[in-house]
Design a protein around this ligand. Structure first.
Ligand SMILES: [Zn+2]
Length: 369
């Protein structure tokens, strides 16, 4: 008899795995995948993340004529995630109240393990499956960013990591962070203010000139941090400002990035300040068509499990963004986790069950195509 989603879930949430401290859960998962007959390896992501473990990749051989499919979930949790005690409370599972539950993303992992166990034990034919368990997702998608995509054998897959069961994210924005340092000239504010150049004034002018908030349907911008000055009797020499840009549209993203840079350059000039400006792409947007095969298969699989699929637009990023940026395609599927990143986190027993059914249907539909 194969181990069920719930059993896996309860076991997993009791293994501590806050970001960077995923050694124990990766060891458990590697043992379990190998017990089920998968080939596995742990990559060297830990070298760049500084964490306990790299990402775990597993390969379950299947019909070699079929296109392989990857299934992905992240193994790390947010804090407070140590010593989770799961409590079954009617139709839901929550923590004892002093920690998160870790349904984000152990519900996804449990569904993947249960479905693999079921296929392995039933001997039913299926396409090859590649399992990608990433580390350090919660602290900036660091595991996925360090993953060697060239080594993966599949090009398309599903990332199980979203809130509502049946909610599918096929588009999410690019995100860039920017940082500007305006460099004026320090001077005594009372004795020789005319020798100074006040960078706070330049920064203020730049902030007011910058676009802010919701720029259009697809684009947002935020100035989130400002820092400068040492004392009220000194003309402020250096002021640093930082913010972010998000857009679902690459052209708008580019245009806004250019505009921000331009505004800082102009303002620095106008106020006779030096400028250090840096804009860094954090992750690329995810863009999967509405009628893509992944979306259609997922929809049919949900319908068979009695759930109506809903397409949603995300304002944030996930491992799927990183995959997409490297030429891999994945949609992000909600597993039913609720109130995540809080000690009130929970998941319904029914959702765990139906999520497992959905995934089983997905593998069947993918293998039959
Ligand atoms: Zn997550």
């Amino acid at each position: 008899m194969s181990k069920k989603v719930l059993d896996y879930f309860l076991e997993l949430v009791q293994i501590d795995s806050e970001s960077l401290c995923e050694g124990a859960v990766i060891a458990y998962l590697q043992g379990e995948l190998e017990r089920l007959g998968l080939e596995t390896y742990i990559d060297n992501a830990a070298e760049s993340t500084g964490g306990e473990s790299g990402n775990l990749i597993g390969w379950l051989a299947g019909d070699p004529d079929k296109e392989p499919l990857f299934l992905c979930a992240h193994v790390d949790t947010v804090i407070p995630g140590k010593g989770v005690v799961p409590v079954i409370d009617g139709n839901l599972i929550r923590s004892a109240g002093n920690t998160i539950l870790g349904a984000d993303d152990k519900s996804g992992i449990a569904m993947i393990l249960a479905v693999i166990a079921e296929y392995v034990e039933s001997g039913a034919a299926h396409a090859p499956l590649e399992i990608v368990f990433t580390v350090c997702e919660e602290i900036g998608l660091l595991g996925a960013k360090a993953l060697d995509m060239e080594k993966l054998k599949s090009k398309r897959g599903f990332a199980l990591d979203g809130n509502k069961l049946g909610e599918v994210v096929r588009v999410s924005p690019s995100l860039a962070g920017w940082k500007a340092k305006l460099i004026g000239k320090g001077a005594h504010a009372g004795i020789e203010p005319e020798k100074g150049i006040n960078s706070i004034r330049a920064a203020a002018a730049a902030v007011l000139a910058l676009p802010d908030g919701r720029i259009d349907d697809l684009t947002t911008m935020n100035t989130g941090k400002i820092n400068g000055g040492r004392a009220t009797n000194i003309v402020c020499e250096e002021t640093e400002i930082a913010g972010e840009i998000r857009s679902h549209n690459e052209m708008k993203f580019e245009a806004l990035s250019q505009r921000v840079r331009h505004i800082f350059e102009q303002t620095a000039k106008e106020y006779d300040c030096g400028l250090e400006f840096e804009l860094k792409l954090n992750f690329q947007s995810l863009q999967i068509d509405e009628d893509d095969e992944l979306v259609k298969i997922s929809e049919a699989a949900f319908r068979q499990a009695g759930v109506e699929q809903e397409l949603a637009m995300s304002g944030g990023g996930s491992d799927a963004n990183v995959f997409f940026g490297s030429g891999l395609q994945a949609i992000v599927v909600g597993t039913g986790m609720q109130k995540i990143h809080s000690t009130k986190e929970y998941i319904l027993l029914d959702d765990l069950q139906r999520g497992g059914e959905w995934l089983k249907n997905v593998v069947e539909l993918w293998s039959g195509k």
